[in-house]
Ligand binder design. Structure first.
Ligand SMILES: [Zn+2]
Length: 428
């Protein structure tokens, strides 16, 4: 701060030092705006190659030495015009604030408020004249759609862009696939990045992942209230094995479907099961059954196995990957993203149903939230002519999950969560 005589003081030197440090961290590709130190550090971690990181570190050290010298000179009384000092002190304040953690714990998911099936529909409407391609500056996107500019914060080692919508908060984690919408995890096709110092999200994720959820009107996107529940596996195909009890996935999926059926019938659904006993049913026959019944919705029920990674736990809900997007999970040979499957006609509806189920499941149980994900390999989904999702309701290969899944009370809680998610007015 300058004194009355206009002579710079040590405080002025410190101000110059801080502003110059921000300048030293600016993007090497020519962004001349001063940026906050934390944001710059985050972008350095996420977008730079190993070599450029070292170059940046060198430039930071050089800038620190230079500006320290300037601060000392100014503090000792060297006279400069106050104009430059004022300009530096008015540099944009750092918007970054610390937050505790990006990963929810089971206890945290337990503390989430109960969902209301009759919640008011969202009040935000996306502009229809927006056309994006490639990477989009998240701040520009916020301006375009008329919401407040995102706040950037550090969560652990990740920078997170917090966006506020009238109907909930969207957290976009730079460098990670997992975003968070309305307190539920959501897998983006492309991990958001800092590009030329700006936090960016891919246009494919805006169009195919974010907008379908942000514009959800709160009603179920189904054309009728006939639902086919698909207990995964059966007969000679037992599925995964519970490491706590030795029982098979096929038993738990059938039990869950039988618990869910009366709950849905109480809500006005007409419910069919692809199998009601321990029988073999091909994947194509499960799809054909839904076709023959003219079902409005198809839900396949499974429990997971991490193939020896015992620490993997939690619930995830899958739906089809839209054409052109990479999948969250590829099984077998590499897939061709350009292929269009019959169920891709329901991409937006699939995502809305999957998100509704995932949110209810993790908020009403103690399960870890592994998010809504997309994949193409699931033949029981990709040939469906209606919204269709697949629930992986816990890991039989994880001891904690396995013990929970073995509990009838927990399986009833899973059934009640799914029923709750489908207990909203349909979209017809
Ligand atoms: Zn399975």
């Amino acid at each position: 701060m300058n004194n009355a005589s206009g002579k710079p003081t040590l405080f002025t030197g410190i101000a110059i030092y801080r502003a110059a440090l921000s300048g030293a961290l600016r993007s090497p590709t020519g962004d001349n705006r001063l940026r906050s130190v934390n944001e710059a550090v985050a972008s350095k971690c996420l977008e730079a190659s190993c070599c450029s990181r070292w170059l940046r570190r060198f430039s930071i050290v050089a800038a620190q030495m230079t500006t320290c010298a300037a601060a000392v000179v100014l503090g000792l009384g060297c006279r400069h015009t106050p104009v430059r000092v004022t300009a530096l002190r008015q540099a944009r304040p750092c918007p970054v604030v610390p937050v505790a953690t990006a990963e929810p714990t089971p206890q945290q998911t337990n503390q989430q408020p109960a969902l209301s099936p009759t919640a008011a529909p969202p009040q935000w409407v996306s502009p229809t004249n927006l056309s994006y391609d490639g990477w989009i500056d998240i701040r520009q996107w916020a301006r375009d759609i008329g919401i407040p500019s995102p706040v950037l914060a550090m969560a652990g080692t990740n920078c997170v862009a917090h966006l506020k919508f009238p109907m909930g908060n969207l957290d976009i984690r730079l460098g990670r696939h997992q975003a968070r919408w309305q307190e539920c995890e959501l897998w983006l096709a492309h991990p958001p990045l800092f590009i030329r110092g700006q936090p960016c999200v891919h246009a494919q994720d805006i169009q195919s992942t974010l907008l379908p959820l942000l514009t959800d009107n709160g009603q179920l996107p189904v054309t009728n209230r006939v639902i086919v529940l698909d207990p995964g596996h059966g007969g000679s195909n037992p599925g995964a094995r519970n490491i706590a009890t030795g029982r098979w996935e096929k038993e738990y999926t059938l039990d869950l479907a039988l618990r869910l059926k009366p709950l849905l019938e109480d809500q006005g659904w007409t419910v069919f099961l692809t199998r009601t006993n321990d029988s073999d049913v091909t994947l194509s026959n499960r799809v054909a059954m839904a076709d023959a019944l003219g079902a409005g919705l198809f839900i396949s029920l499974h429990f997971n196995d991490a193939n020896g990674r015992a620490a993997e736990s939690g619930i995830e809900t899958y739906c089809m990957t839209p054409p052109g997007l990479p999948s969250a999970f590829v099984r077998g040979p590499s897939e061709t993203p350009s292929v269009v499957f019959p169920n891709n006609a329901h991409d937006a509806a699939n995502l809305r149903v999957a998100f509704r189920l995932q949110r209810a499941l993790v908020s009403r149980t103690s399960a870890v939230d592994r998010g809504v994900r997309r994949a193409r390999f699931m033949a029981v989904l990709r040939n469906q002519s209606r919204p269709a999702v697949l629930v992986e309701a816990g890991y039989l290969s994880n001891l904690r999950d396995a013990r929970l899944i073995a509990s009838p009370e927990h399986r009833q809680a899973l059934a009640m969560a799914i029923a709750h998610a489908l207990g909203v007015p349909p979209h017809f």
